[in-house]
Design a protein around this ligand. Sequence first.
Ligand code: ATP
Length: 218
Amino acid sequence: MSPSLWGLFGGAFNPPHYGHLRSALEVVELLRLERLLFLPSGGHPFKGADLLAPTTHRVAMTALAIAGEPRFALSTVEADRPGVSYTVDTLTRLSREHPDRELVLLLGTDLLEELHLWKDWRTMIDRTHLCLLTRPGFPENLSRTPAGRFLASHRVDGPAGLHRAVLGHHGFLIQPVTMLEISSTDLRHRVAAGRSLRYLTPEPVAEYIQRHGLYATH
Ligand code: ATP
């Protein structure tokens, strides 16, 4: 029997929203993931600290956002690390802590563009399966990016291919999922403008933002 697959969904979650949650749920179902770990970032290598709500708040909001879906879980591996946190270190740690699980790193299309700039990205790819989340109907042109060109040779043709790849080396999958037109940036702007977040993020997250006065100016 092949080992169980756990997905890793990293992000700033600043704040989390239904775009994250909907695509995460679809991935869980399509890839038959036993668990999907949400990994709020700590210090972020590419985002200025002034745009980020404090890590403790983003962790708390992520916990509120995923409550109620038993296959979703929170991991503070990245959030707890002092200073800048790198995905390769997270993968090394999680694969040591869960040697009986296979890990799948989930990435948005936007991240494929910059993947070759990530610390030790080739090592990182060696330690995990990779699943690129795309919008339905928009096949990616892999040859456009250095990481995409490398990954093309590891590509499997669907979720079943990923499970087959478990029994040997790592696979790369392009998985179309529903991408709601929602971004954390837009949510922050709405808060700063005094507008409602209703139907863009779970109500407990919106209430948390209001209670703690997050994003009132940015
Ligand atoms: P920001 O607007 O601040 O850049 P964001 O909304 O893109 O934030 P992140 O926390 O940076 O959210 O994203 C975490 C992960 O979720 C990334 O892999 C990103 O590609 C993905 N993601 C973000 N928004 C959506 C969405 N609407 N649908 C599906 N996936 C999304």
